[in-house]
Design a protein around this ligand. Structure first.
Ligand SMILES: Cc1cc2nc3c(=O)[nH]c(=O)nc-3n(C[C@H](O)[C@H](O)[C@H](O)COP(=O)(O)OP(=O)(O)OC[C@H]3O[C@@H](n4cnc5c(N)ncnc54)[C@H](O)[C@@H]3O)c2cc1C
Length: 440
């Protein structure tokens, strides 16, 4: 008979799915018992990584490590357990005039996940990764001891854990700084770019903006390759807001979020529907440039407005492929990749382009380095492994790397920035796949 806690588990891409032990505890002694009784354990936050990074033989879910510890309103310092979601933190800090220094494109991730992937946002070129605001964390390590890690204590473990994909142990709690805001709104500019030359120029011209990101239509060919829409933004000051928003600028109205109720049948999302979506998205904005004020949810988390949107890809799931290539020959590399995707006919609904700034050399397991990064969603089908192989080869040729938190099927040699994380206690399905790939 199967033990109780064996369950089907899958992350945001619904690919792969495993049937493994998943355990959640909030007492330290019980967590320690779980760790001492098992090998091949991995921590799982909210499963918003796309592939197999938080899957393993024994999964420790941090969902019960969900308590706030302290909020120093004077200095903007927050401390909480590792399973707390960014969405819960935002509800408390925004009305008090604070925001997260770095946030990814969804607020439904945990603090443990933010550290283990060292997540980046639209401000990497200006403000770096999540680790830039991290002060310290406690970690249950492979010897089943709780250690306190910071830039001055247990520094080896501190830096190995940042971007270390859960392989150094279970992060139990963390302390980090916040940034001041006057309003919950963003002053936004949206600019259309006809092609790759124009969008690259726009990124360079927008370097002084705190937030930059572009949506790119990856099915365009020939001289339209790189057709995109740049969005740049700054936290708005109160006096800049339209009159009707000025009287309560840190409060947002709660909107109801619709939910996708079931997995879409396979035929719904095909090359034609992606083409149509891309056309509508690009042409929805008639003018070349639009300036306006939007609330932070709309600017940072546009996908969070629909719950379970991952179901539109159907039951076989989807992958996200994100890479970075150095800035020097970024345009050439990006062109080659976009041509390969357009030729393959595997359209990506969501294709996001960003320009990363310089990396922090101490955070050696973090994914970003100075260059262009593109994130693409692909529905799983029989041709996908072939496309990923081709993309991996181009990324390698241009000395790039892929983002482990999105990966579910990439080539091992592109992932070799995981250092000082090997131990038999904490092992993920992804890490096993990488190690086995390196042996073959
Ligand atoms: C719509 C969407 C948009 C996204 N946008 C971005 C983006 O803009 N930038 C970006 O960087 N990422 C982005 N991501 C990816 C996401 O931010 C990361 O995958 C994040 O790590 C997920 O956190 P989680 O809490 O869901 O953890 P999981 O997905 O469960 O785990 C992710 C990794 O963190 C480890 N981990 C989790 N908790 C702990 C813990 N307590 N101790 C040790 N290790 C732990 C896991 O072992 C695993 O390796 C996006 C994801 C989605 C779905």
């Amino acid at each position: 008979m199967k033990p109780n806690f064996i369950q089907k588990v899958t992350n945001w891409g619904n690919f792969p799915t495993v049937e493994k032990e998943i355990k959640s505890e909030d007492s330290l002694q019980k967590i320690k018992d779980f760790v001492s009784n098992n090998n091949e354990i991995i921590a799982r936050g909210n499963g918003r990584c796309y592939g197999d990074a938080s899957l393993s033989e024994h999964i420790f879910s941090t969902k019960r490590l969900n308590k706030f510890i302290s909020f120093d309103r004077l200095n903007g310092v927050f401390e909480c357990e590792a399973g707390v979601l960014l969405s819960d933190i935002l509800e408390v800090i925004v009305p008090q005039g604070y925001f997260l220094c770095v946030t990814p494109g969804t607020k439904f991730i945990t603090i443990g996940g933010a550290i283990a992937s060292d997540v980046h946002g639209k401000n990497h070129h200006a403000e770096g990764c999540f680790s830039e605001c991290l002060l310290s964390f406690s970690l249950l390590n492979e010897n089943n001891e709780v250690i306190h890690c910071s830039p001055t204590e247990n520094t080896d473990k501190y830096w190995a854990t940042i971007g270390g994909m859960g392989l150094t142990g279970i992060i139990l709690a963390a302390k980090f700084t916040l940034k001041n805001i006057e309003t919950a709104y963003i002053r936004q500019e949206k600019i259309k770019a006809e092609n790759l030359d124009e969008i690259f120029k726009l990124f360079d011209e927008s370097e002084d903006w705190t937030y930059n990101v572009a949506w790119i239509d990856c099915l365009q060919k020939g001289e339209n390759i790189g057709r995109s829409l740049l969005m740049r933004g700054e936290h708005a000051f109160r006096h800049q807001l339209p009159q009707n928003l000025q009287h309560n600028p840190l409060r947002l109205k709660k909107n109801r979020t619709p939910t996708i109720p079931f997995y879409f049948p396979n035929f719904v999302l095909n090359n034609l529907t992606v083409k149509l979506f891309n056309w509508l998205y690009y042409n929805k904005q008639r003018k070349k440039e639009v300036k306006n004020y939007v609330d932070y949810e709309t600017f940072f988390y546009p996908l969070d407005v629909v719950n379970d949107w991952n179901k539109i890809y159907g039951k076989s799931g989807f992958i996200q492929y994100q890479f970075v290539i150095p800035k020097e020959n970024g345009k050439e590399g990006m062109k080659k990749i976009l041509e390969t995707i357009a030729k393959s006919g595997n359209g990506s609904f969501l294709a996001v382009l960003k320009l990363f700034g310089k990396n922090n050399p101490l955070a050696y397991n973090s994914f970003p380095f100075e260059g262009y990064t593109l994130a693409l969603d692909f529905k799983v089908n029989s041709k996908l492994a072939g496309l990923v192989k081709k993309l991996d080869e181009i990324v390698e040729e241009y000395h790039g790397r892929i983002y482990l938190t999105k990966d579910s099927m990439s080539k091992s040699s592109l992932t070799n920035y995981l250092q000082n994380v090997q131990n038999p206690k904490f092992v993920s399905a992804q890490h096993k796949r990488i190690i086995n790939g390196q042996k073959n």
